[in-house]
Design a protein around this ligand. Structure first.
Ligand code: CMC
Length: 430
C-alpha cells in the first residue's frame, strides 16, 4: 500500500500521498491540498518545495554526491568530455559512436551566426557586461529562426534549436568578449573540437593565432562538465518557469542567463575574485574578512562559501581545488590569490560559525582562480558558467515540455496588504 502523510487542519484530517524517488528521497504530494482544504503552503525561497519530478541530476547534499543521469561527476570529469556530457544530459543516455559523430557534426554545422547579428554587438558600449550582451543575443536569435519558435518536443525543429543553441551561444560569448576588448571577431575552425574552438574564438588575433594548449583545453572541458547541470537551481528553475508558459527555448534560456548573473548564483565566481583581490590589496589579512563574514551587522559574505543544498564539501569544489594546484603549476603561474583562498578556507573550516552552519567552499570558490590562470578577464567568468550550464538548461526545458503533468508555473501567496478600502480623491489626501 502506498504511504500517506496525515495533516490535521481545523480538526479535520487531510491525507497526502508520499512520493518516493529512485534514490529514496521522500516528498509529500500537496497537489490537491488547496482544492481539498483551502490551505496553501508557504515556503520562501522554495527551500522545501519540489517543483517537479526529474530524471536528470541527483544531488545528496549531506554526502556531497553529484550524478548526471546516474553517472558520478568525478568519473565523468576523468573519462568523458563536455560534448558527450551534453548529449547525455539532453538525451538521457551516453551516445553510441555513430550518434556522437552525428551530434558533433550538427553542432559544428551551426557555428555561424547571422551576419546581421554582428551589428548588434557594435551597438553596445565597450564596457558593457558580457552577461547583458549574452542574454539579449540569445533572445535575439529567435528573430532569425521564426520556424523554431514552437516548443514541440518531438519535432525535428526542436532538435535543431537545441544544436543551434549549443553551438551559437559559444560564438555569442566569444564575440561579446571580442567586442569588449575592441578586437575583430574570429570564426570557428572545422578541425577543432567544441572547447578548442571556443578558446580559438576568444584568444586568436589577426597578429597571433591561438594554438590551444592541451592543459588549458582539458581544464576548460572539466570546468564545463562541472557546471553542466545542478538540478533545480535558480537559473534552471527560471528556464523551466519561463518555458512553462510555452515561451520558446531561446526566450527561456535568455531568462536563465539573467538569473545566473546574480552574485548569489553564477555571478559568485566574479565576486570571489573581486573579494580575493580586495583582500590582497588589504595586505592579505584574510582573518579580518572571516570576522566580517561572521558579523551580523556587516553585509559582507564570504563569496564562494555556502550552498542551499550541500551541507558538506561541494564535490565540484573538491575537483577544482586539485585542478587549481595542477594547472597553475603546469602553466608556471604563482598567483598570490590562490594562497589567500586556501588560507581563508583553512580558517573557515575550523571556525565554529562556519562549522555550525555547515558552510563549505562551493564550485565558485576555485573556478575563478582557474579562469584567471587561463587568461579570461573577470567579467567573462559568469559567461563561462552559462556556457557550461547550457546543456543542463536545455535538458530541463526538454524534460518539462515532454512531461504531460507540466502546468504553467504559477506560485500562490499569502496576502498581507490592506483589506478593502475606499478610493480617496487627490484633494482629500493629507
Ligand atoms: N558567508 C557568511 N555567512 C553565510 C554565508 C557566507 N557565504 N552563506 C550563508 N551564511 C550564513 C547565513 O548568514 C545564515 O546565517 P544565520 O543562520 O545566522 O542567519 C546561514 O549561513 C544560512 O545561510 P542562508 O543564507 O540561509 O542559506 P541559503 O541557502 O539561503 O543561501 C547561498 C545559499 C549560496 C545563497 C549563500 O550561502 C551565499 O550567499 N553564499 C555566497 C554566494 C555564493 O557563493 N554563491 C554561489 C553558490 S554555488 C553556485 C551556484 O550553484 O549557484
Amino acid at each position: 500500500m502506498s504511504e500517506h502523510a496525515k495533516l490535521i487542519l481545523d480538526g479535520q484530517p487531510v491525507e497526502l500521498p508520499v512520493v518516493v524517488g529512485t534514490e529514496n528521497e521522500k516528498g509529500i504530494d500537496i497537489t490537491r491540498l488547496q482544492a481539498n482544504s483551502g490551505y496553501l503552503t508557504l515556503d520562501p525561497g522554495y527551500a522545501n518545495t519540489g517543483a517537479c519530478k526529474s530524471a536528470i541530476t541527483f544531488i545528496d547534499g549531506d554526502k556531497g554526491i553529484l550524478r548526471y543521469r546516474g553517472y558520478d561527476i568525478a568519473e565523468l570529469c576523468e573519462k568523458s568530455t563536455f560534448m558527450e556530457v551534453s548529449y547525455l544530459l539532453i538525451n538521457g543516455e551516453l551516445p553510441t559512436p555513430e550518434e556522437f559523430a552525428r551530434f558533433k557534426d550538427k553542432v559544428l554545422l551551426h557555428s555561424l551566426i547571422h551576419e546581421d547579428m554582428k551589428n548588434f554587438f557594435n551597438s553596445y558600449p565597450g564596457h558593457a557586461h558580457p552577461m547583458a550582451i549574452l542574454s539579449s543575443m540569445v533572445c535575439s536569435m529567435s528573430v532569425y529562426h521564426p520556424e523554431l519558435l514552437k516548443p514541440n518536443p518531438n519535432a525535428k525543429e526542436t532538435s535543431q534549436t537545441i544544436t543551434r543553441l549549443l553551438s551559437k551561444v559559444r560564438v555569442l560569448a566569444a564575440f561579446a568578449y571580442k567586442r569588449s576588448v575592441g578586437e575583430a571577431f574570429v570564426y570557428t575552425r572545422p578541425e577543432l573540437d567544441y572547447v578548442s574552438n571556443f578558446l580559438h574564438m576568444m584568444f586568436t588575433t589577426p597578429m597571433r593565432p591561438y594554438e590551444p594548449n592541451e592543459t588549458i583545453r582539458k581544464a576548460m572541458d572539466v570546468l564545463f562538465i562541472l557546471h553542466a547541470d545542478h538540478e533545480q537551481n535558480c537559473s534552471t528553475s527560471t528556464v523551466r518557469m519561463v518555458g512553462s508558459s510555452k515561451a520558446n527555448l531561446f526566450a527561456s534560456i535568455s531568462a536563465g542567463v539573467c538569473a545566473l548573473w546574480g552574485p548569489l548564483h553564477g555571478g559568485a565566481n566574479q565576486s570571489v575574485i573581486e573579494m580575493l583581490e580586495d583582500i590582497e590589496r588589504d595586505g592579505c589579512n584574510y582573518r579580518k574578512y572571516i570576522e566580517k563574514a561572521k558579523d551580523k551587522n556587516d553585509p559582507f559574505k564570504l563569496m564562494g562559501f555556502g550552498h542551499r543544498v550541500y551541507k558538506s564539501y561541494d564535490p565540484r569544489a573538491v575537483i577544482l581545488k586539485k585542478y587549481c594546484d595542477q594547472i597553475l603549476e603546469q602553466l608556471g603561474i604563482n598567483d598570490p590569490i590562490l594562497d589567500i583562498a586556501k588560507g581563508l578556507e583553512e580558517v573557515a573550516l575550523t571556525d565554529p560559525y562556519f562549522i555550525e552552519r555547515k558552510l563549505y567552499p562551493n564550485v565558485d570558490f576555485y573556478s575563478g582562480i582557474l579562469y584567471r590562470a587561463m587568461g579570461f578577464p573577470t567579467n567573462m567568468f559568469t559567461v563561462l558558467f552559462a556556457l557550461g550550464r547550457l546543456p543542463g538548461w536545455i535538458a530541463h526545458w526538454k524534460e518539462m515540455i515532454e512531461d504531460p503533468t507540466t502546468r504553467i508555473a504559477r506560485p500562490r501567496q499569502i496576502y498581507v496588504g490592506p483589506t478593502v478600502r475606499e478610493y480617496v480623491p487627490a484633494s482629500q489626501r493629507a
